[in-house]
Design a protein around this ligand. Sequence first.
Ligand code: X90
Length: 279
Amino acid sequence: MERKIRIVTDSSSDVLELKGVDFRSAPLKIITADKEYVDDAKLDVVQMAENMSSYKGRSSTSCPNVEDWLETFGDAKEIYCVTITGALSGSNNTACMAREMYLEEHPDAKVFVLDSKSTGPEIALILEKLRELVLEGNDFETICNQITEYSKKTGLLFMLESMKNLANNGRVSQITAKMAGLLGIRVVGKASDRGDLEMLDKCRGEKKAIETILERLHEFGLRDGKVKIGHCCNEGTGKALKELIQKKFEKVKVELYQCRGLCTFYAELGGLLVGFESN
Ligand code: X90
């Protein structure tokens, strides 16, 4: 019997396609007083970032609702869904609600929803692993167990220049955000086990910040796994970090990419997100 497997995620993952498997992404939205940016493949992220940096009004985001998720599920028989951290977004919650509704309509289907407790490049790593597990032909149970285990061994570090959008939308406290507001200061932190932001270091300048990330990667167990760096319109610093990582960890494969809309909105211009596998 054909399995009709589909992997789905939301746009916080920065992933627009997964080769060789049936894949869908549900876009989040970035909302300003005069414009709504849908975070899908058509969004011009760099243009949005430029608009946002000169925009003075209120801005917010919204996650996929239950209907949006059901649309990504289509009529698949086996669905693996990975969401942005449930500690900071309603996306995981609506995905779980969509799962319940889908199973009522399709009693013989199987739906697995995983809270990544993270975003961006860490979700991208989880999706790549899922793809591998699916293409290997593993059964549903095995895939659910293995991907849950895998996601415990991945991590996310970040470097932020501004936390204004995070603070204005209640995702970090205003006091925390002040750390990143100081001229020349870059905040380095990580996605905590709870799935929110944990501050680690205040660094003077970007050079210091990427050296700090390098040390932190070692401390958190990176040895010979994969690394993905998502940059927010900051390719130069992303490249510099990539080179440092390749020099220090010879076996590590590093990939650098431009974040999509949701991560760019919250990590803001200059921000870096670093997803990694630990041993
Ligand atoms: O509207 C919504 O439901 C989306 C809310 C998302 C809020 C947080 C996004 C964070 C993006 C910022 C730095 C990395 C934080 C990692 C914590 C898990 C990126």
